[in-house]
Design a protein around this ligand. Structure first.
Ligand SMILES: *Cc1c(COP(=O)(O)O)cnc(C)c1O
Length: 361
């Protein structure tokens, strides 16, 4: 069995070490006579897996002690609704920054719940850039400011987090969580679906400051209450134990290779190589986004025609380079180079791009 290079945007490649350890222990976990996914989530064995995952998140992302770490179901999409339900009270307004498809989806849900204001919208530039700090006018009485730190479809990313002048900043980090250290002094909450950089689908990692948690509404149905999840250490109801376990295995792998410092170094090397190929192709491959706003996780490009794009994707797949089709809403090509994508995968892709250009350029 040979594993190919899978450039899918999500669910996406996981470290082979994560998959192997899970496979090894799936049928019987640590001399318990059963699988971890068959046992009570109220027992000691599961509890220690659960707590280890949470403490690895705290350690690797250097999460301060006055922040809560939650493991919730419903993916990032449930957070689109849970955030305004908890924090957008009547008489207040939440500020949204629209940088692409995902930020817009979060905003669409917030509009259903309460009053929002769009303080910046990248529509005029077709969502190809991140705003500069000087373009942001953040009302000091906003309930919160919401951003998407990496637009998975458009391929743009906030290189630095905006300064919101004390208004709580909430970031959807679904496609760049665990890819860089975070400036907690600027951030009150991040959330991320697990299926891109952490684990299989089925969970969201949520990290929230205590000051924000204290502002969360409590007169909501149980699952929508952050306070209940915090009080119960994300064990209010049955947790997605398999995903929690796999997340922990991925975090252990990150730690074993040298933590976020090494992850960032690898990330930069992979992204530099791929953008370098695009930039030296004389326009054959074209990255449509502003250079300063380029995503280090999802690299998008166009070819001279849609026919060539189709041919490129088909022939790449025959070479074991899969998942390179751009999102159906925008077309073109996209390589998602999350933490688990090895440098060898990007090297193979760049080689293929060179050959393809020589034959078709
Ligand atoms: C994939 C993705 C989502 C959706 O995540 P689900 O877990 O499927 O709900 C939200 N935001 C961003 C930035 C994403 O990349």
């Amino acid at each position: 069995m040979a594993r190919i290079f899978n450039f899918s945007a999500g669910p996406s490649m996981l470290p082979v070490e994560t998959l192997q350890e899970a496979a090894e222990k799936l049928v019987e976990f640590d001399n318990t006579g059963m699988s971890l996914i068959e046992m009570s989530h109220r027992g000691k064995t599961y509890e220690s897996v659960h707590n280890e995952t949470i403490s690895l998140v705290r350690e690797l992302l250097a999460v301060p002690n006055n922040y809560h770490i939650l493991l919730l179901q419903g993916g990032a999409t449930l957070q689109f609704g849970m955030v305004p339900l908890a924090f957008l009270r009547q008489g207040t307004t939440a500020s949204y920054i629209l940088t692409g498809s995902w930020a817009k989806k979060a905003h669409d849900d917030a509009k259903i719940v309460g009053t929002t204001s769009v303080i910046w919208d990248g529509k005029a530039d077709n969502y190809t850039r991140i705003p500069a700090q000087s373009e942001l006018n953040i009302p000091s009485d906003a309930a919160y400011v919401h951003i998407c730190s990496n637009e998975t479809i458009g391929g743009i990313q906030w290189a630095t987090f905006p300064d919101t002048g004390g208004v709580p900043l909430i970031a959807d980090m679904s496609s760049d969580i665990l890819s860089r250290p975070l400036p907690w002094d600027k951030i009150d909450m991040v959330y991320a679906g697990t299926q891109k950089n952490l684990a299989p689908a089925g969970m969201a990692l949520v990290i929230m400051s205590d000051r924000l948690a204290k502002a969360a509404r409590t007169d909501l149905p149980a699952y929508l209450r952050y306070d209940l999840h915090i009080q119960n250490n994300s064990l209010y109801n049955t947790p997605p134990s398999f995903v929690v376990w796999m997340t922990g295995l991925t975090l252990k792998w990150v730690k074993s290779i040298g933590g976020l410092q090494e992850i960032e170094r690898r990330r930069d090397e992979k992204a530099r190589m791929l953008y370098g190929m695009i930039d030296c192709s004389g326009g054959f491959y074209r990255n449509p986004v502003d250079k300063e706003s380029r995503s280090m996780m999802n690299v998008v490009w166009r070819l001279p025609s849609e026919e060539l794009e189709e041919k490129f994707i088909k022939e790449a797949k025959q070479e074991g380079l899969d998942g390179l089709k751009g999102h159906r809403s925008v077309g073109g090509c996209r390589a998602s180079i999350y933490n688990a994508m090895p440098l060898a995968g990007v090297k193979a892709l760049v080689q293929f791009m060179k050959h393809f250009m020589a034959k078709n350029g």
